[in-house]
Design a protein around this ligand. Structure first.
Ligand SMILES: Cc1cc2nc3c(=O)[nH]c(=O)nc-3n(C[C@H](O)[C@H](O)[C@H](O)COP(=O)(O)OP(=O)(O)OC[C@H]3O[C@@H](n4cnc5c(N)ncnc54)[C@H](O)[C@@H]3O)c2cc1C
Length: 303
């Protein structure tokens, strides 16, 4: 909670209380299964409910948006302020023309991929192995196998902290590799995406891509996917491996033996162990290769 909004004085109106959790352990909501409590965790029923809740919050309260928490390291001290979750809500997904779809921010990427295949649209298959929401994919410009979220975005629906909704064209955003410059105090609630007609497309391609992932990535273990952005012309994983860091362990966190750009929580790692391991990898790679690795994962919260 920010200094100006002491938690003890915050009163949540009864119409929202069923969807609010106080002191919510963020380890429950992140794929690393680490991190301390959020002061307040809210899952809206729909967009109108979300708008009303945002209007209800003190305007100075810090806000963090979360999808499936698959690219997020929440520190052990947790999050002061409110977390707004898109997990299991805002799940609308429809086809609005021969090649265009409309989806809300809570739609899981895997569902979007499968539904596009059913509609005979592509290339959306790359979304299949990304274990996040469309909102997270928009925030991160998520991508895989030569596919990238923002290559398909026509426009996005956003909401600001006063609960005001608007639509912005894709051209309003500066987008880069795993990076999007968002407008301050504004979050994604949906988007329209354009694909191509791919008659005859079927699930086989998705299955093949998922199989390829299983061969090369530690799927099923607690991770956040790739921790570091690939430096231009390089692969972060290859650099980390070259530095002899595969398997390097701090507490219950280690660099994956299968893919060196993944850090695994073996069960009891604290966020501090994971962050210390991230720093160790960065320092070692910088010393040995003079290349600075930047994190892809968002690191948030109090130490
Ligand atoms: C096993 C594994 C494999 C992965 N493979 C890939 C891959 O191939 N390619 C890839 O790009 N990523 C990959 N990832 C990382 C992750 O899945 C993606 O970055 C995904 O897009 C994050 O979505 P999320 O809903 O989980 O976002 P979260 O982790 O919940 O949030 C990520 C960031 O986006 C912000 N955010 C979330 N929702 C919104 C919103 N609605 N509006 C504004 N900001 C928002 C959050 O505040 C945070 O800063 C992988 C992760 C795992 C665990």
């Amino acid at each position: 909670m920010s200094d100006s909004v002491p938690m003890a004085t915050l009163r949540i109106a009864p119409e929202f209380s069923a969807r609010v959790v106080f002191d919510a352990p963020m380890s429950k909501y992140t794929s690393w299964h680490a991190g301390g409590p959020a002061d307040l965790f809210f899952t809206p029923r729909d967009v109108a409910d979300l708008a009303a809740f945002l209007r209800h919050l003190p305007p100075t309260m810090p806000l963090l948006w979360i999808g499936l928490g698959s690219n997020l390291l929440v520190r052990d001290g947790g999050i002061r302020g409110a977390v707004v979750s898109m997990n299991g809500t805002l799940g609308g997904l429809e086809r609005v023309s021969a090649t265009r779809i409309q989806a809300q921010a809570g739609v899981p990427c895997a569902k979007l991929a499968r539904q596009c295949v059913k509609w005979g649209l592509g290339p959306a298959e790359f979304f299949a192995g990304i274990p996040g929401t469309l909102g997270g994919a928009l925030a991160m410009n998520a991508g895989a196998w030569d596919g990238e979220t923002w290559r398909h975005v026509i426009d996005v629906d956003v909401i600001d902290r006063r609960g005001v909704r608007s639509t912005r064209p894709a051209t309003d955003y500066v987008v880069g590799y795993r990076h999007v410059e968002r407008h301050a105090d504004e979050w994604f609630i949906g988007a329209r995406l354009e694909f191509e007609r791919k008659p005859g497309i079927n699930d086989a391609l998705i299955k093949e891509l998922l199989e390829r992932r299983k061969q090369t990535q530690p799927i099923g273990e607690w991770s956040c996917g790739s921790v570091f952005i690939n430096p231009p012309g390089e692969h972060a994983g290859r650099l980390i491996e070259q530095c002899g860091l595969k398997g390097f362990r701090l507490g219950d966190a280690s660099v994956s033996q299968k893919h060196a750009n993944f850090i695994i929580n073996h069960g009891a790692a604290r966020a501090a162990d994971i962050e210390a391991l991230i720093l160790h990898v960065q320092r070692t790679v910088a010393l040995q290769t003079h290349i600075e690795l930047k994190t892809e994962v968002s690191i948030v919260g109090d130490a």
